[in-house]
Design a protein around this ligand. Sequence first.
Ligand SMILES: C[S@@+](CC[C@H](N)C(=O)[O-])C[C@H]1O[C@@H](n2cnc3c(N)ncnc32)[C@H](O)[C@@H]1O
Length: 282
Amino acid sequence: MSSNVQTIHSHSIDAKTAEAFATSWNNLPEGSVYTFEQVKDWFSPIAKEDIEEKTVLELGCGNGSLLTHLPKWRPQFVEGVDLGESIVSCNKNMHQTGFQSFKITQADMIDFESDGFDLVYSIGVLHHLQKPFAGFRSVLKNTKPGGKFHCWVYAREGNKVIIYLVDPIRKIASKLPWWVTKYMVAMPLVIPFYFYAKIVSRSKAFAKLPLYEYSRWISTREFSFFRHVAFDQLVTPQTAYISKETVEKWLSESDEIDEASTYLIFRNGNSWKFGGMKKENL
Ligand SMILES: C[S@@+](CC[C@H](N)C(=O)[O-])C[C@H]1O[C@@H](n2cnc3c(N)ncnc32)[C@H](O)[C@@H]1O
């Protein structure tokens, strides 16, 4: 493994989740699974000016599907942290970008400590942690005073179908060998959703149907992306659906946040994007 990679060994409960994700990430073709358009949408309101010439940290970086797009915005330095073996594919994918000012670290994001970054983000991770609030606290801990933080989590709101239909299947599927989950559970489950999303996204007449907004977002992608998302949902032993009230509480209970800078955005009808700025003088 090259010197861009630092590994730390952990025996936490989240390690099981990270191990499950690594089977997902390390069995994908090389490169990012996301388009640049998708990444910009995930980051917004974080934009180019928050990354250009800035130091950026991703907590829970997976195979670097978000991280590998950052060099387009010319950051000064980027670091990706993940508890799982997906750091192997992350490191490969980062090398392929040609960008050299990066470091990939295998660590539990909750324990991870740094001198502070201009921007810290954690996308699709907090809802998989045993202690989501502790994960959020680490996002803040690693943001330098005056720096920005940005998170994205599954919402409790708008996810009834997933919570009552898919989540019970996940609890069983996450215990199966990864290839059974991918090809014998995720694949047959996602085929009807693929056609559903393609149909409902065509007309506003379907706006009241479940997962309408999400269908509009995902329907622009090919079948293999749907399968990846379904596998990602089913492979993990730990998932929480986080309410607006909970996110508001996290934001209001953290004194180091500049209150006027915070935002909380309902995304695709079934998830929350939130963030803000850490106070300059602490
Ligand atoms: C759904 S993936 C998201 C990856 C990436 N952020 C993205 O959006 O493509 C969640 C990632 O969080 C990692 N993870 C889970 N628990 C963690 C922990 N305690 N510390 C660091 N990473 C963790 C998993 O290994 C996995 O790669």
